[in-house]
Each structure stands twice: as C-alpha cells, then as structure tokens.
Design a binder for this molecule. Sequence first.
Ligand code: CTP
Ligand code: CA
Length: 223
Amino acid sequence: TAHIRAGLPLLDKKALVTAGPTFEAIDPVRFIGNHSSGKMGFAIAECLVSLGADVTLVTGPTAEKSNYNLRRVDVVSAAEMNEACLAYFTASDIIVMSAAVADYTPVQVASQKIKKADTEFHIALRKTTDILAGLGILKQKHQLLVGFALETENEADFAQQKLLKKNLDLIVLNSLNDDGAGFKTNTNKITIFNRALEKTVFELKSKHEVAADICKEILNLLV
Ligand code: CTP
Ligand code: CA
C-alpha cells in the first residue's frame, strides 16, 4: 500500500491519542468511572491514521473497536494511563488527550468486597496525576499537544485557562449545552482555541466529522 499512502500529510509523524474513561478501583468488584464512550478518541486516532500517521491509541475501558492500522494500548486506571502516555510521549510528534481521566482515585483499594454497614459510607479520595499537564511540562519544540476541556460554566474562559496552564497548542472545548452533544452520543459540538486565543466555533456534527475538524486544525499548525 506504499504507493497509496504516498502523499499523505502525516506520513513521517507519530501520534499519541488517549480515549475513553478511567476506572478507579474501590474494591475487587467496584470502581469509580464516568460515562465517556471512547468514540471521540477512536475517531481522532482513525483520522490521524488515514492522514498517514503512526498512531498509538491509549484507551480506558470501552466497547469501541477499530479496524484501522493503529497500536492499541488498553489501560484501566488513571495511573496506568499516565504510565502508558509517558512511555510513548517522547517519540510522539502529535499528542491528543481526549480521555476523560478521573480527577480522584480511592486512597486505598479494599482487598475484599466491602460489606454494607452504616447508613452513610465515605470513601477517601486522592487527586490523580494530571497526565496532560505533566506532558505540557515535558513538551519539546517539535511536539504538538492538544487537550480537551469539558465545562458547564464560563466555558471559553476556563478552556483558555487550561490551554495556558497546561502549555497546550490547541484546546478543544466540548459543549454539553446542546442536545445531542457529549458523552454516549454520536455527535459533538466543539470550539477550538489556539495559543493566540483565537477561537473557531463548529456546528453540531458527528464525532467522525468533529475528528476531521480537529485534525485539520492540527495540520494547519504543522505547515
Ligand atoms: N486530564 C488528564 N489527566 C487528568 C485529568 C485531566 O490528562 N488527571 C486531561 C484530559 O484528558 C483533558 C484535559 O486534561 O484533555 C482537561 O480535562 P478536564 O476534566 O476538562 O479538566 P481538568 O484539568 O481535570 O479540570 P476540572 O475537571 O477541574 O475542570
Ligand atoms: Ca477533570
């Protein structure tokens, strides 16, 4: 297929994409998770493959499958996702972090199933490592780092703050406000901010179309 791939814009690029939720164990049968389906990250990874990139997809627990020629690395917890990202980051030119990583994880994992007892039950949680912020610190000149932001208020302000604080090149703001946008659905409504804090607003689209829009913005920054 070499003659078919020739001419693709990302032929000499390596990409790292994260997708899906993370599951943080409470005991052998329970975890803290979220509703992320992984669809957005898979669509981005596949779009980058179709543009010629060598793609590593680090994914949390998801029902998604891909027939594309990519390297899939399955992880469960935020800590495992961090380790996998660190392993592939240095060799990557394009990094897109679309996973919905848990912000907190149980301080202790019970070795046996926790028995019910009192009316109230509390779980002590500890902050996870912010994977994206860590990569922002490690980032070199040739690397393009893209993050996501999910906000329910002051959307633009909070997204721009994350872009600067985490040393990103682009941030994709996911709007949950419109019907049909966000977790579990097949559509998303996004706004992309760059380092000049210029914004591009997109219509509600399928996640595959949204992935194409994100990849186009990435290509624009590479030329
Ligand atoms: N992220 C990450 N590691 C974490 C938490 C988040 O890499 N432990 C990444 C997500 O993959 C996403 C970006 O950070 O690309 C923003 O995630 P979001 O939840 O919107 O923001 P947070 O920085 O976690 O802040 P908050 O949840 O308080 O808004
Ligand atoms: Ca968060």
